[in-house]
Ligand binder design. Structure first.
Ligand code: ATP
Ligand code: MG
Length: 391
């Protein structure tokens, strides 16, 4: 008899011949997520992943960690035994008794769900459920069967071994990070970009990130906040290679040479170009931003076109159709919100004009950019940039 955590896949079982590839990625990510729980052993089973050996003291921590691993549909802490029906019924009765004790009501409803994956086992699932139900009713007082909407469900699964459990916890869904290539996130200190990064990671994409800072106009605290945000994201994304690019010289030059109302869109085009170069160096196949239509002047359709046309690489904007309140909800879900709202200045807020253009014209952009040595400005920014591995 031992304790295991059963992990069920999300949509990766649909992937036919690619399945072993996805399963291996999931196992790798589960192992990495549980790295601090050194006794945990992760094993690929038949259409499942099992985590064995987690001590009682670390069980809650392991469950919290698994709730953030993309590709997991659901998971259950379970007791595993050799095939022994009577013993399984006893174990489930004990589990239900303990749960029942925590509920302060006269009668508590329950049901048994049995599943026979090993068809050689000589009892069908209906009969198993009925028999285990009988044992539980005999052993535990204050229970009543309710098949439709029970307070407690006791599960018995018969495979090569038997699994007894009472909890099915929800995983985050999606696909294992790393099985769909990688993309480079433009990570600011705001609410939106960390959410955008997590959403793309959910589709199995590994994340590298670029942050633009405006030292000395932005402080160490603002940069620490970005490190903290990246660290929070790693619970979902795994390790993040974060590039920090000093943007001050480019901003100063734009400030001196260009029309004030165009500075923001020009700045954004530089960010995209630099991010594209960094993405190429990281073998990333797309950029990710936290833009959403109409949220600010630089996110009108006109402005998005102008920003987009600075680069050839695909730009993923997972928040594009979301309201701020929906984005905030997701930031809370991913655990980044409280850090995002800490009040430190962002590089974009430092040089922002009073009236940024809402419908920028490409002809104006071209006029402004002809006068700049764009390649030299980009190379200078990239040359001095700093890389930090987060997580
Ligand atoms: P966020 O909440 O993510 O800061 P925002 O609503 O403030 O977004 P903008 O400042 O216009 O919007 O930025 C739009 C997107 O551009 C951000 O979501 C992010 O992807 C990128 N971005 C903005 N500032 C920076 C920065 N300093 N470093 C890296 N990327 C940035
Ligand atoms: Mg911002």
């Amino acid at each position: 008899m031992d304790n295991v955590i059963i992990i069920r896949y999300a949509e990766i079982h649909l992937k036919g011949l690619n399945r072993p590839y996805f399963e291996k990625a999931l196992v790798r990510n589960v192992k990495r997520a549980l790295v601090e729980i050194s006794e945990a052993v992760v094993i690929r089973g038949e259409s499942r992943v099992y985590v064995e050996g987690v001590s009682d003291a670390n069980l809650d921590k392991a469950l919290r960690v698994l709730a953030c691993v993309f590709g997991i549909h659901s998971f259950s802490p379970a007791v595993r035994i050799e095939q022994d029906f009577d013993k399984a019924a006893d174990i489930l009765a004990d589990m239900v008794k303990e749960l029942r004790g925590e509920i302060d009501r006269k009668t508590v409803t329950f049901r048994v769900e049995a599943k026979r994956a090993d068809k050689r086992f000589g009892m069908n699932s209906m009969k198993m459920a009925a028999e285990v139900g009988g044992v539980i009713l005999d052993r535990v007082e204050g229970l009543k069967v309710d098949l439709d909407n029970p307070k407690i469900t006791a599960y018995l699964e018969v495979r090569e071994q038997m699994y007894c459990f009472t909890r099915i916890l929800k995983g985050p869904g999606g696909m294992p990070v790393g099985c769909n290539g990688s993309a480079t996130l433009l990570l600011s200190g705001g609410i939106d970009s960390p959410v955008a990064g997590c959403m793309i990671a959910k589709r199995g994409v590994a994340i590298t990130a670029v942050h633009f800072e405006s030292f000395p106009y932005t402080s160490d605290k603002a940069l620490d906040k970005v490190y903290d945000l990246a660290k929070l994201m790693t619970r979902y994304t795994g390790k993040i290679k974060l590039h920090v690019v000093r943007f001050t010289d480019i901003q100063t030059k734009l400030h001196e040479d260009c029309k004030a109302n165009y500075i923001v869109v020009l700045m954004r085009r530089f960010m995209m170009r630099i991010a594209e170069k960094i993405a190429q160096g990281d073998n990333a196949l797309a950029l990710i931003t936290g833009e959403s239509v109409g949220q600010v002047a630089s996110q009108t359709l006109e402005a998005l076109n102008v920003t987009n046309s600075a680069v050839d690489i695909a730009v993923l904007r997972p928040l594009i159709g979301m309201d701020k309140s929906e984005i905030v909800q997701r930031a809370q879900m991913y655990g980044t919100f409280e850090t995002s709202i800490l009040p430190f200045e962002d590089c974009c807020t430092v040089f922002v004009p009073k009236h940024p253009v809402i419908k920028p014209k490409m002809s104006e952009i071209e006029r402004a950019e002809v006068a700049l040595d764009i390649d030299a400005m980009i190379d200078a920014a990239i040359e001095n940039h700093v890389v930090k591995i987060i997580g």
